[in-house]
Design a protein. Structure first.
Length: 466
């Protein structure tokens, strides 16, 4: 069983001082500064570093000079004191009431004479000591003295330290002014320095990305020119992508509209046939006729959908799908398959012994198959010749037949999607030659019709030799 203390729910404390951006789950918003501010801050930081180094060196030099000056004064005083140190101590004790000079004489460690300020026992050398809260510079020496005697001479450093303090104050003041001046000048000249970037930013912000506008221009500094060049390249890529997207959308809309129109006719016929079968009392012969018509409409829809699928697949190909292929072998296989599917069609082959190139083998095979199918079904051909040769223009594949041919004024339009020529039979999808044209375009070539020596039409595929 839980106690009252155990069941108490602790209420979390909320620190109102925490910024909202620090709330868990919410990204912290980092404050950004202008480039001009950064230039001014960089100039101030550089001034701080330089003035700090110069100030530190100046303070050390001032302190060193003060001690050197004190040592020089001690050296002058020692010339007088060291002649007769004991007598000099007596004289100084009478006249040196302001403690400007302190002298202590020790013989074998015992004080034999001293002014009011007694200096401690020190080894020979120069020292800085604090006596009665007063800093002194001390010189301890045994020069020109009898054995065992040490003379210590000291002068106060109050005046020197006061001078040092004033000098340090001036150095720090000058350093502060230098930092402020550097920051101010950095702000003033930074504005001029970043003006090309500001102008470039304004141009980019006003640019709509359409091809009708002039490219952005950067001048004044190399970075602005390089940035302007990069922005122009980016805008050019964006314009191209927009144009390609718009073209693709327009093609997709047209494609969808035409496809819907082409599929609507057989689907309407199928619906009519189904309504007749459902509502009317028909004999077996009538039912068989309607079922045959229904099957024919279904096959047309199926053929159209299959062709549309192949067209869509062709749009998704890229350069990596191209592989080395023997065109002669591909043409031979297509010819044999055509004669197997259409027993009344005789297909001859005329190709180079070896015709290797990089291509889309499935797509190229589809183009040759569709050309032979078109010759048989719509041209009524009984003989066909498939040729493939390497020429100065590249690789040329042609399909000749002895069929009805294609009128000259229709030889371009037959490559359009869903177009049926005046010589075409019923039941086609109108996409067979559109697939041929698509494959020619995917290979970087072209497809066209011309008169054939066999009396019918000649379909020519000109492809670059890879």
């Amino acid at each position: 069983m839980s106690t009252g203390a155990d069941s108490t729910v602790a209420t979390p404390l909320i620190d109102s001082s925490c910024p909202r951006s620090a709330t868990p789950g919410r990204p912290r918003i980092r404050r950004s500064y202008s480039l001009r501010t950064r230039v001014a801050a960089a100039a101030a930081l550089g001034a701080i570093i330089i003035t700090a180094l110069l100030g530190w060196m100046s303070v050390l030099a001032i302190k060193r000079n003060s001690l050197a000056q004190a040592d020089q004064e001690l050296a002058v005083a020692s010339r007088l004191v060291l002649m007769q140190p004991v007598i000099a101590v007596g004289v100084l004790s009478l006249v040196n009431t302001n403690k400007d000079l302190a002298v202590t004489v020790r013989d074998d460690g015992t004080v034999s004479a001293s002014t009011i300020i007694e200096l401690p026992q020190l080894d020979p050398g120069s020292y800085t000591l604090s006596l009665d809260d007063t800093p002194y510079r001390v010189l301890a020496t045994t020069e020109n003295q009898r054995a065992g005697r040490t003379v210590s001479i000291a002068i106060p450093l109050n005046d020197a330290y006061h001078t040092n303090s004033e000098q340090r104050h001036w150095v720090l003041s000058a350093a502060g002014l230098a930092m402020l001046a550097a920051a101010g000048l950095g702000w003033v000249f930074g504005g001029r320095a970043v003006r090309p970037i500001v102008d470039l930013t304004r141009q980019v912000s006003q640019h709509s990305g359409t091809g009708a506008e002039a490219p952005v221009a950067g001048s004044g500094v190399r970075e602005a020119e390089q940035l302007a060049e990069a922005v122009n390249h980016l805008l050019e890529r964006v314009r191209k992508a927009q144009a390609e997207t718009a073209a693709a959308l327009e093609t997709a809309r047209d494609f969808a509209a035409v496809s819907a129109h082409e599929l609507r006719t057989p689907l309407t016929a199928m619906r009519t046939d189904l309504e007749v079968l459902r509502t009317l009392d028909l004999d077996e012969q009538q039912r068989a006729e309607i079922l045959t018509d229904l099957q024919r409409s279904e096959e047309r829809v199926e053929a159209t959908l299959a062709a549309l699928e192949r067209l869509a697949a062709g749009e998704l190909t890229n350069e990596r799908d191209h592989v080395e292929t023997d065109i002669a072998d591909l043409v031979d296989q297509s010819a044999h398959d055509a004669m197997r599917h259409f027993p009344t069609l005789a297909v001859r082959i005329d190709t180079d012994p070896e015709l290797i190139t990089r291509c889309l083998p499935a797509g190229l095979r589809l183009a040759v198959d569709n050309a032979l199918t078109n010759s048989y079904r719509h041209g009524g051909a009984t003989q066909a010749l498939v040729s493939a040769h390497r020429t100065p223009k590249g690789i040329v594949i042609s399909v000749d037949d002895n069929g009805r041919g294609i009128p000259a004024d229709e030889r371009t339009a037959v490559f359009d999607r869903f177009f049926r020529g005046s010589q075409a039979t019923k039941g086609g999808s109108g996409l067979g030659l559109a697939l041929v044209a698509q494959q020619a375009q995917l290979h970087g070539g072209r497809a066209y019709f011309e008169d054939s020596d066999m009396g019918g039409a000649r379909l020519v595929l000109e492809l670059p030799d890879r």
